[in-house]
Design a protein around this ligand. Structure first.
Ligand code: HEC
Length: 108
């Protein structure tokens, strides 16, 4: 009985621990890099745009701002024929990871 109680409380502690980590977790930049291959075709290597007048640079920008902009495209609050389809399939985690990756890149 004591042992069962211990196991149960460990599971609760683990569950809470994971829950806290989950909400506090920032984007995973290395995963962001892996899923950024389509983005860099337009936004340039590492998000440094080769044609900034057409494709805004993403490198070194605030991660929260990037995540907000991506969410706006995904939700259709902001629409643009080239960019809107790119955001459609992204999960919240994809957006966090992409934002963390581009925010961590050197602007030049
Ligand atoms: C087919 C070309 C293309 C691809 C691929 C593309 N984008 Fe874009 N993106 C654009 C264009 C064009 C704009 C500017 C839209 C506008 O002016 O409203 C834009 C805008 C953005 C913005 C807003 C920047 C700002 O300053 O307002 C973000 C953030 C962004 N893209 C992220 C991404 C990410 C992340 C990916 C990969 C999942 C991606 N884009 C893929 C063309 C593209």
């Amino acid at each position: 009985m004591i042992r069962q109680g211990f196991v149960a409380s460990m599971m609760v502690a683990l569950g809470l621990g994971l829950g806290v980590t989950g909400t506090a977790m920032a984007g995973d930049a290395s995963r962001g890099e892996r899923i950024s291959t389509t983005c860099v075709a337009c936004h340039g290597p590492g998000g440094v745009s080769q044609i900034p007048s057409m494709y805004p640079s993403l490198a070194g920008r605030d991660a929260e701002e990037l995540a907000r902009l991506l969410t706006e495209f995904r939700e259709g609050e902001r629409q643009e024929p080239q960019m809107s389809p790119q955001a459609q399939g992204l999960s919240d985690q994809d957006i966090e990871d992409l934002a963390a990756y581009f925010a961590a890149q050197e602007p030049e």
